[in-house]
Design a protein around this ligand. Structure first.
Ligand code: FAD
Length: 319
């Protein structure tokens, strides 16, 4: 029998996150002919109905309330709980994002459900669903499943190919009851990596201590702009003050899985690899031929990044 699968979609800066489309695609697989519904928490959600309907949910629940004007964990947890109680899904899927890291465990605990986070692959063999997820900072993967009760999982961005499946999606307005908010958001100070969102970027140009200065990162930004990518950094570069910690990739930074990761002046410490070693294609530029980054790189360029990166930029400009 088919399952009822609910996807909590997420919008950022007025745009739906791509991982929401990935989750909807996975949802259809797991539903196996059952029903797929989507939900969006936050005001103005119905503006995303057209984009969401391309990925086939029969309904889009739009939860709106003045308490949802800005994100707070209390309001989101209460709303998601009420949505789950109303929809009663067999499976709940979300992207593995900053919000889901905060909200999903709280909701799972309140519902008495198991939760598998940061899943990178899902297999459904005759109704028995297993999830792959990284452990030990990405050095190994475990395969996990659920013995009983509902399935609740968060998915790592860029690991599932979104497939369009357009339908007429019915919009269902949802009024949550929100009380006892313990957090007041007084000000939002944006410190972003700029332009393309790092965690969902298909191309990342990343710099390390070898970039030597904040000004040096302008060379990487030029290449990123030409390729339509985002700029990331090692912790070495962030600690040195060359860039903001929002750009840090690694064990204590962001985990990314782009199609192309170009590491410039990054040695390849294990903590950095934890955040990028699952990238589909890794190019390393380093003047030290013994740098450990070359062990995980698909293509290695031994040379000075200040010579190599501008050459790449001008080559790609002419493509
Ligand atoms: P370095 O190791 O100093 O490497 C610089 C590289 O640049 C060298 O290989 C050098 O050959 C090359 N180079 C220099 N000049 C040039 C040039 N002109 N052209 C080309 N190449 C050049 N690190 C992270 O990145 N992310 C994390 O999340 C993270 N979390 C951590 C958590 C813990 C608990 C700990 C202990 C450490 C963590 N680290 C993390 C730090 C990590 O161990 C390394 O110190 C850090 O990744 C090194 O940064 P780097 O490669 O930029 O610098």
């Amino acid at each position: 029998m088919g399952k009822k699968v609910m996807v909590l979609a997420e919008a950022k800066d007025g745009k739906l996150r791509n991982v929401s489309f990935e989750a909807l695609t996975v949802a259809h697989k797991l539903a196996a002919g059952g029903e797929v519904v989507a939900a969006l928490i936050g005001n103005g959600g119905s503006a995303h109905a057209e984009a969401i309907s391309k990925y086939g949910p029969s309904k889009l629940y739009v939860a709106e309330d003045e308490a949802l004007a800005v994100y707070t964990p209390d309001a989101y947890v209460q709303t998601l709980l009420q949505l789950v109680q109303d929809i009663s899904p067999d499976v709940i899927l979300m992207g593995h994002t900053a919000i889901s890291k905060e909200v999903a465990p709280r909701v799972a605990a309140r519902l008495g459900l198991g939760l598998l986070t940061d899943c990178t692959a899902i297999e459904d063999s005759e109704g028995s669903v297993s999830f792959d997820r990284p452990i030990y900072a990405g050095k190994a993967f475990q395969k996990r499943g659920f013995q009983e009760g509902g399935i609740f999982a968060t998915l790592r961005a860029n690991n599932f190919q979104p497939v369009e499946n357009p339908v007429q999606t019915q919009i269902v307005p949802f009024q949550p009851e929100i009380k006892d908010i313990r957090t007041i958001v007084k000000e939002i100070v944006r410190k972003t990596a700029g332009g393309v969102d790092l965690s969902e970027a298909k191309i990342i140009i990343s710099g390390g201590r070898g970039v030597k200065s904040a000004e040096g990162f302008a060379v990487l930004k030029e290449l990123a702009d030409v390729l339509g990518g985002a700029v990331g950094a090692s912790r070495g570069a962030c600690d040195a003050g060359y860039c903001h910690y929002a750009m840090q990739i690694g064990q204590t930074g962001k985990v990314v899985t782009p199609d192309l990761y170009i590491a410039c002046g990054i040695s390849g410490a294990i903590q950095h690899l934890a955040g990028m070693s699952n990238s589909k294609c890794i190019v390393a530029i380093n003047k030290d031929p013994e740098a450990p980054i070359f062990q995980v790189a698909d293509y290695g360029i031994v040379g000075d990044l200040f010579e190599v990166v501008p050459l790449l930029t001008s080559e790609f400009q002419n493509v």
